[in-house]
Design a protein around this ligand. Structure first.
Ligand code: ATP
Ligand code: MG
Length: 906
């Protein structure tokens, strides 16, 4: 049965049982604690946590998942992919254990002709949490299996929680015995509480049913937690691995051989000339290639670009591992342009964006491969140097530090280092390397922990929301309103008052203030109360539905509503100047984005943005720097859009409708079935999902002045621009500079560049002349110096002080004088230059002097200490410097002495 059919049957089965079919969310989790969606339940989290009311009691989905912890298992086990699809059914306070077991069992055991998967009942084993008698009883009742067929596993396997206080509950897995080829025999009745490692590939877990029933007050580890009570509404969350079921139903040995993945292996065989299924190491590489090509393609499809941390790093690692594995299989050519289209053809019937976004996906992936190929090239050089060093010193082991530096600085993977070292007959201190890696991981973890801490505790906000309901939000309608204060907080706790000068957080029943989101900063403004005034510093929405103002008391004392009975109304007022600036900047961002896509093509897609009154920046996926013409064109198209005075409008619609409309939305798609807001500028010219505040007509943006285009990490560019008054201000300042220059140069603006060019050329020519003259003067002395050489034993010695000459000049002079000393006689020149106490010394010897044992290097070393510095060099020419000019003459005198000491008579 092909995977598409397994997917179809899953959804059909649950739809027939009253479940709402929900499309897959993006793989990018809309959750500060998760990089990627790693299970089908993630998009439903707010419902399970009771933060939002689900619009349905039952739902089913096939969710795209990414599991980075499984990356090292790919190809080594038969069942772990980094990208896979999880089929799930969910009950929100509706059916519980019995319903979940019945529904799952029916689907997997119903005959194929009746819409099921037709798995052999005799090879299926349910597992439950040790002692979950309720589940054991239900399994026996529903399936007719005897108690001995039910495996009891400990909480590590079969208790689910989110690792934090909140919902939790026992799990029940469905395992399929794949037979003795995949592991030792076993006795289900005595298995557990741990699942033996060597059985995991044989007794394949295909489905996990989570019975969410407990309210946890503390979670210390997977098996150590406190149950405070039961949940008022019990939920079901299940996950069936689509790829794992496909492997069973397609009679394959592992997940990489299923219809959606194998074609990439076949292509890799063709490119490498090696055959899959012959050598275990090679097979692992084939699987890594097939798996990683698919995961990285899916990630890029969802908007990730390669980078050095977070999601970007995961993508980079996947792409690089795929490329490297192909190399180890013997293919050194560019591989992604060959492999990725194969994976696209397998996946695009389900994920149509792979076709519509294909050009962009290729650009990102191929650029990363090219960059990695360069890394490999330079890394190989560094490796060769390191290996040569080890050999020269008679060693046999490359140090852990070296291996780590290769990895950390050059992105050179350790197994490549190992392999290349082996080729040269060297070993690698792997333990040292792993130690350094572990340290680095610790640092990264500490970092992540520190970051997590800033998300803070939302309990206080949740309490306010529960008590008063959501904030009435008027940012689209008005700039000022009367409203009632509901809560006053400081440091996350409720406080009775804020004195003048103090800062705290104020929640109102209604507010006209825009809370920071979608790249737009929070509004500025003030809140007036009886007897005082607050300045609004920041406005955030820490949890859905609640707007919180960070305020400073400018005048008076703010007393909490608790103590004055909640009567004191306040007047909240957004600074109108600020708001018009913010609207201009945000609409300007949409205009620049649309212009960007018009000039560069639809593959240029925004990856982030920020705007505040007067300023905007937009990051977008693009692999090369823009030319100055492209930047000018983007500005021109933007200006034309302003002049055309396009109408700006917005509308609410379902996400589906928005997509049909071609509205741009990549991030944070959750399947809330509330409507999304689509902002249009000039109809279809610009359509984006956006909750920001906008101008009514594009001409109100005033102007868009592009001020810069820069790189922000690999594969991403940033364009910056000024809008409204700030844009004009910028132009006015430039005009001022031009006016000053034309005044100074007594010329017209149009002639300015020519004039400055002419001036700099003349200046350069004059400097050259000057330099020539100076050198001539300096060298002019050299004939005289050579003639005046003194005789020290057999050696002609020139020791000369050149005040005003610096390093290069001193050297030139020394070389020139040496050349003028009598041929065939030993000769030595030492020149000491001095520019404002910066002393440079150069010594030069000729062949005959060296034959007599006089060395330039030794001379410089001998005089160095007198000059307050050091230096040295070869026997023929040596150079040094110092900071003490007071003993130059003494140093010169020392030269004759040193020559006399060393020169061998002959
Ligand atoms: P395992 O112990 O085999 O790694 P798991 O306990 O991590 O599995 P769950 O978190 O319970 O699995 O996920 C639910 C289902 O998703 C599993 O029963 C399995 O079918 C599937 N699944 C989990 N991880 C992967 C993976 N890396 N690749 C493919 N399918 C997976
Ligand atoms: Mg797992």
């Amino acid at each position: 049965m092909d995977t598409a059919e397994i997917r179809r049957r899953f959804l059909a089965h649950f739809e027939a049982a009253g479940h709402a079919v929900v499309p897959s969310a993006s793989t990018l989790a809309d959750d500060p604690n998760l990089l990627f969606v790693n299970a089908g339940m993630v998009p439903f989290k707010p419902y399970f946590l009771g933060q939002e009311t689900p619009p349905f009691d039952r739902a089913t989905s096939v969710q795209k998942c990414i599991r980075t912890p499984d990356i090292e298992d790919v190809g080594k086990t038969t069942r772990h992919a980094t990208f896979f699809e999880m089929c799930g059914n969910f009950s929100f306070g509706d059916y519980f254990k019995q319903g979940a077991i019945e529904l799952a069992w029916a689907l997997i055991t119903n005959p194929v002709e009746e819409g099921g998967y037709g798995l052999d009942k005799d090879r299926l084993y349910p597992s439950v949490l040790v002692g979950d008698e309720e589940a054991i009883g239900l399994w026996m009742e529903v399936t007719g299996l005897p108690r001995e067929r039910i495996v009891q596993l400990g909480p590590k396997e079969n208790y689910w929680s989110m690792g934090v206080p909140g919902p939790g509950g026992p799990c029940s897995e469905i395992l399929f015995d794949r037979g003795p080829e995949f592991g030792p025999d076993f006795d289900a009745a005595t298995l557990g509480p741990d699942m033996p490692f060597e059985l995991e590939d044989r007794l394949l877990e295909i489905w996990n049913l989570v019975f969410m029933q407990d309210d946890l007050s503390a979670v210390r580890s997977k098996s150590d937690f406190d149950i405070a009570g039961s949940l008022p509404k019990k939920n079901i969350d299940t996950g069936m691995g689509l790829d794992r079921v496909a492997l069973l139903l397609q009679g394959k040995k592992n997940m990489y051989e299923i219809d959606l993945v194998y074609p990439v292996i076949a292509k890799a065989e063709q490119l490498t000339g090696r055959t899959y299924g012959v050598d275990r190491e090679d097979d692992i590489r084939f699987c890594v290639v097939a798996d990683h090509v698919r995961s990285s393609m899916m990630l890029i499809g969802d908007g990730v670009t390669p980078g050095n941390d977070g999601r970007g790093y995961v993508l980079r690692r996947l792409l690089r591992r795929a490329v490297r594995s192909m190399r180890l299989l013997g293919c050194e050519d560019r591989v992604l342009p060959e492999l990725m289209p194969v994976s696209r053809d397998a996946m695009s019937p389900t994920y149509g964006n792979l076709v519509t976004d294909w050009e962009r996906i290729c650009q990102v992936a191929f650029a990363e491969e090219d960059a990695f190929r360069k890394t490999l090239q330079s890394g190989t050089q560094i490796f060769d140097t390191a290996a040569a060093d080890v050999k020269r010193t008679g060693g046999t082991t490359l140090s852990g530090e070296r291996a780590f530096a290769l990895h950390d600085t050059y992105g050179f993977p350790i197994d490549l280092t190992l392999e290349m070292a082996a080729e040269q007959g060297l070993q690698v201190d792997e333990q040292g390397f792993r130690g350094l890696m572990a340290e680095q991981r610790e640092r990264a973890k500490a970092d992540a922990r520190a970051k997590k801490g800033t998300h803070g505790d939302t309990a206080a906000y949740r309490g306010i929301l529960d008590e008063f309901g959501p904030t009435e939000w008027l940012a689209y309608e008005t700039l000022e309103t009367e409203s009632r204060p509901l809560a006053l907080l400081s440091g996350g706790a409720s406080v009775p008052r804020l004195a003048q000068g103090e800062i705290g957080e104020l929640v109102l029943d209604r507010t006209p203030f825009y809370a920071e989101s979608g790249g737009q900063v929070a509004d500025a403004g003030e809140i007036l109360f009886d007897g005082g005034r607050l300045e609004v510093i920041d406005v955030q929405r820490p949890i859905k539905g609640l707007v919180v103002h960070q305020v400073r008391v400018v005048d008076g004392e703010l007393v909490s509503t608790g103590s004055n009975g909640g009567k004191g109304a306040v007047h909240a007022r957004v600074d109108p100047e600020w708001r018009i600036g913010a609207r201009q900047a945000h609409s300007g961002t949409h205009v620049v984005h649309a212009a960007l896509r018009e000039v560069l093509g639809p593959t240029a897609l925004q990856s982030g943005s920020y705007n505040r009154p007067g300023y905007l920046r937009l990051d977008f996926g693009w692999t090369q720097a823009l030319s100055s013409e492209q930047v000018r064109d983007i500005e021109l198209v933007s200006q034309q859009a302003l002049r055309a005075d396009l109408a700006v409008s917005w509308d609410y619609m379902t996400l589906e409708q928005a997509k049909e409309w071609g509205a741009i939305a990549l991030f944070g798609e959750t399947y809330d079935n509330t409507k999304v807001r689509v902002v249009e500028i000039g109809g279809p010219w610009s359509r984006e999902l956006c909750g920001g505040t906008h101008v009514d007509h594009s001409s109100q943006i005033g102007t868009v002045v592009v001020t810069g285009e820069t790189s922000v990490g690999s594969g991403n560019r940033r364009i910056e621009a000024l809008t409204g008054v700030e844009g004009f201000g910028y132009l006015a300042r430039e005009r001022d500079v031009v006016a000053q220059l034309t005044g100074l140069l007594k010329t017209q603006p149009d002639d300015l560049v020519g004039r400055v060019q002419g001036l700099t050329e003349r200046l350069r020519a004059a400097e050259k002349e000057l330099e020539k003259a100076r050198l001539a003067q300096l060298l002019g002395a050299s004939a005289e110096l050579a003639a005046g050489a003194s005789q020290v034993g057999p050696v002609k010695v020139v020791a000369h002080r050149a005040d005003g000459a610096a390093g290069g000049d001193v050297r030139n002079l020394a070389m020139d004088v040496r050349g003028r000393l009598p041929q065939g006689e030993p000769g030595v020149v030492v020149i000491i230059g001095n520019v404002d106490g910066k002393v440079s010394v150069v010594a030069a010897t000729n062949d005959e002097a060296r034959a007599r044992g006089v060395s330039a290097g030794e001379l410089v070393r001998a005089v160095g200490p007198l000059l307050g510095g050091k230096g040295g060099g070869k026997d023929d020419v040596a150079q040094g410097g110092g900071t003490d000019a007071s003993r130059i003459d003494e140093a010169l005198a020392l030269v004759a002495h040193e020559v006399a000491k060393h020169a061998v008579q002959g």
